[in-house]
Ligand binder design. Structure first.
Ligand SMILES: Nc1ncnc2c1ncn2[C@@H]1O[C@H](COP(=O)(O)OP(=O)(O)OP(=O)(O)O)[C@@H](O)[C@H]1O
Ligand SMILES: Nc1ncnc2c1ncn2[C@@H]1O[C@H](COP(=O)(O)OP(=O)(O)OP(=O)(O)O)[C@@H](O)[C@H]1O
Ligand SMILES: [Mg+2]
Ligand SMILES: [Mg+2]
Lengths: 221, 221
């Protein structure tokens, strides 16, 4: 459903060129669960942000459902709103909204009924083990609890493409495994395509395929 | 060098009481490297923040060098500035300062010479593998690179007590191990006492002792 064709993204810092993406080509099928791994600084966030329409490449192209992604801010915003849900590496809960309201806001884009919004948000929080914390603000939650709310929010939108960048870094092994299993099960049921960036190799069992990155490139095999 | 005596910290959310700390007593020797582990929400950040003078308990006491910590904001600020360095769970680099400037700012509290500040900052960045990124702003760094700058900053202050909350969550295994080994070696050389909260059990080999938490308590053994 989504392809990358010869993506390049370079940054110039001082006199040095950093090749965040160095000629990346790949293809991901609808409904696939793909894990992206690699050392710190190897280009993972840059890649998944580009596939999700957060940034544009210097060269090359992202193709979604056979059509190139637009390049303007407006086109990219529309693409993201319509098709993509993110859990960013620094997961961006809105501090002035409660856990429940954070999820309702994301779900609002696809659901209109107040009653159904509330139900979706509460079910999502229950699923990540935070049903009793729906009225807590982000500042009242532990690091891992915030991460779980961000994951619940991303799932509630029922996206076509779900991009998750480091979903378990703040979670203990058991909680992390449980959450990723939930993501896998929910996405399979919904036909959602998932890209998950992670350093936790224990999570490989949940994926259909693993892409390894190093220095801006996808490694073969 | 630092003790906790019957610490309690409870939060009331709606009609529910959350016992973040539920009668914690412990003692840490000067120069010890202590690892704190436990599930998400078990009270780890609450505990280490309290031992580092970021918060006060509802009940109980923190003792540093045989003296109870003050309770006023001013006393706690003085304690922290003089004795403690932190890497918080969400690591708080100042976005308008470069990597080098973030470190210099922390080191400024103990070092006055411009030339020595620059040297300390550059050596610290070199040690975490980011010597060539000293003029990058946090927004130009990957997640793991930011984490490494935060760690470099904490070490440059040469603190009495170093508190690190989830230092490797955004790092690949190899980079994470290298960084924690660096922390261990530097702290041993400096006689620094270290409390490290982590979910990565592979890091145990670097510690002198492990404290396990669950539901606001320290588990025996
Ligand atoms: N300001 C607050 N108001 C209400 N509850 C809070 C507040 N701060 C923390 N808590 C709750 O206290 C408990 C312990 O929080 P703490 O941040 O210490 O956990 P933790 O062990 O660090 O978890 P994690 O591994 O997810 O970071 C959690 O249930 C959390 O939701
Ligand atoms: N805005 C920017 N300006 C300059 N360099 C950048 C910028 N954004 C990213 N980079 C650099 O591009 C490289 C790839 O960054 P990216 O965030 O994709 O890495 P990553 O694989 O996600 O790393 P991590 O595991 O640490 O999160 C890094 O060296 C990073 O410092
Ligand atoms: Mg990243
Ligand atoms: Mg914590």
């Amino acid at each position: 459903i989504i392809e990358a064709r010869h993506l390049k993204k370079h940054y110039k810092t001082g006199e040095k060129i950093i090749k965040a993406l160095d000629d990346v080509t790949l293809s991901i099928e609808k409904g696939e669960f793909v894990m992206v791994i690699g050392p710190s600084g190897s280009g993972k966030s840059t890649l998944v942000n580009m596939l999700g329409g957060v940034d544009v490449p210097d060269d090359g192209e992202v193709i979604f459902r056979g059509e190139p992604l637009g390049k303007t801010s407006r086109e990219l915003t529309q693409f993201r709103r319509r098709y993509v849900s993110f859990v960013f590496q620094f997961y961006s809960l809105i501090p002035t909204l409660t856990a429940k309201e954070n999820i309702e806001l994301a779900a609002e884009l696809v659901i209109k009924s107040r009653k159904e919004l509330t139900k979706i948000a509460e079910e999502a929080l229950e699923a990540v083990g935070l049903g009793d914390r729906k009225n807590s603000y982000p500042s009242q939650l532990s690091g891992g609890e915030r991460q779980r709310v961000a994951l619940a929010r991303a799932l509630s939108k029922k996206p076509e493409l779900l991009i998750i960048d480091e979903p378990t870094g703040q979670l203990d092994e058991e909680t992390g495994q449980r959450i990723v299993e939930l993501i896998r099960d929910t996405s399979k049921a919904q036909g959602t395509t998932v890209l998950m960036v992670t350093h936790d190799l224990e999570l490989e069992k949940f994926s259909d395929r693993v892409l390894k990155m190093r220095s801006g490139k996808i490694l073969e095999g």
